[in-house]
Design a protein around this ligand. Structure first.
Ligand code: SF4
Length: 372
């Protein structure tokens, strides 16, 4: 391995037991007939990009889909292929869903080198879960997390969803309590977006989803309740205890480089952005370089500033100026000042950071601050 700086590796696994009503990710039910062939192709891709860029990876994220559905044998094979490219301290996350514990041996996953798990809980309320088309019960979620902890996992994340049908402030607080009582280190809270073409968008249930105002209330409540329980907000939707921030996800917001493998996966390497289409057929059959689709390279000061403003650590304008001498940090601080008093942001020295209220308006606010 050469001395180039480490990058991240993302592997998309597009298989799920059943499609959730709201889901717009590239994933489809089961696909067991593909597991073996898909794993082989992923391993080929790891070698292809490993040789092309000759970069060590200090984070690996198996996302989806439901990567844990592949089971410990296939996942261990993927890990063995990735190992020569991983730094010894790499953060290695696998996503899964509650109810997979009976399909996956968590001890074997740890043995294979996976050291972080992320589960899609979404809610601890049976009715809310059923409305989303989730297949697990809160009980199964509890059993899954406990089984992972028993195997030694001490870095576990749970996803919660805001604005879902039937959700109330009380049920949201119960879901947060549920996560906290399980002793997890990380919680992601995403607002439900009704994506066109999904079963949810076509169903009457969409009328039971929270409107913008209600979703905003849920968001602020979640921020407050998580903070009370010791979860530090470090990004618009992400909260961590004991400093267990998601190192891999931080790299997207810090504009660091990564390779994405699998249909729908995106890459950013050596100033170039590209992605694979949402087609498992193309991923399996086309040569990797022929399958890469170009994206605009990005990398401008606006993108850098926007990504930093997603983080609670905020945007340090002196750092921005040193990277992009054409930008005036003083102008940005001046533009930000009027939003400090209403509690939308904080200015500390050279750094501007949003409060939870500010995160809610982050698109409009970012434009005001950056462009005046
Ligand atoms: S488990 Fe996740 S990826 Fe799979 S269908 Fe549900 S939301 Fe989509």
């Amino acid at each position: 391995m050469n001395k180039k700086s480490p990058a991240g590796l993302y592997i998309h696994v597009p298989f799920c037991i059943q499609k959730c009503r709201y889901c717009d990710f590239y994933s489809f039910p089961k696909g067991e007939e593909y597991f073996e062939i898909y794993k082989k192709r992923v391993i080929e891709a790891i070698d292809f990009y490993g040789k092309r860029y000759a970069r060590p990876y200090n984070s690996l994220y198996l996302g989806g889909g439901t990567p844990l559905l592949l089971g410990e044998k296939h996942l261990s094979d993927i890990m063995a292929a990735a190992k020569p490219y991983l730094t010894p301290d790499a953060e290695i996350t696998a996503e899964g869903n509650p109810g997979v514990s009976e399909r996956c041996d968590f001890f074997a996953l740890r043995e294979a080198g996976i050291n972080r798990l992320s589960f899609g809980l979404q809610s601890s309320d049976e009715k809310e879960l059923a409305a989303l088309g989730r297949i697990h019960s809160p009980k199964e979620a509890e059993e899954t997390v406990k089984a992972a902890q028993k195997a030694g996992f001490d870095n576990i994340s749970l996803d919660l969803m805001l604005g879902i049908p039937y959700q109330t402030e009380e049920s949201l607080c119960k879901s947060i309590d549920f996560c906290d009582s399980l002793g997890v280190q990380h919680i992601s809270c995403y607002m439900l977006k009704i994506e066109e073409g999904t079963p949810l968008a076509k169903s009457e249930l969409r009328f039971l989803c929270a409107d913008e105002e209600k979703s905003a209330d849920f968001y602020l409540l979640a921020c407050e309740e998580l903070e009370k329980r010791g979860f530090e907000q470090y990004e618009i939707s992400n909260f961590a205890k004991g400093g267990k921030r998601s190192f891999h996800n931080l790299r997207y917001w810090l504009d660091d480089e990564y390779i994405g493998i699998g249909p729908s996966a995106h890459s950013f390497m050596e100033g170039r952005r590209f992605y694979f289409d949402r087609s498992i057929k193309d991923f399996l059959e086309k040569p990797f370089c022929e399958n890469e689709k170009e994206e605009s390279s990005g990398g401008g000061w606006e993108e850098y500033a926007m990504l930093r403003l997603r983080l609670s650590d905020g945007l340090d304008v002196s750092e921005l100026e040193s990277r992009f001498p054409e930008v005036s940090g003083a102008d940005i601080l001046e533009n930000a000042k009027p939003f400090e008093k209403p509690g939308l942001l904080r200015i500390k020295g050279e750094t501007v950071s949003f409060t939870p209220k500010g995160f809610l308006l982050s698109n409009a606010l970012t434009a005001e601050i950056l462009f005046g």
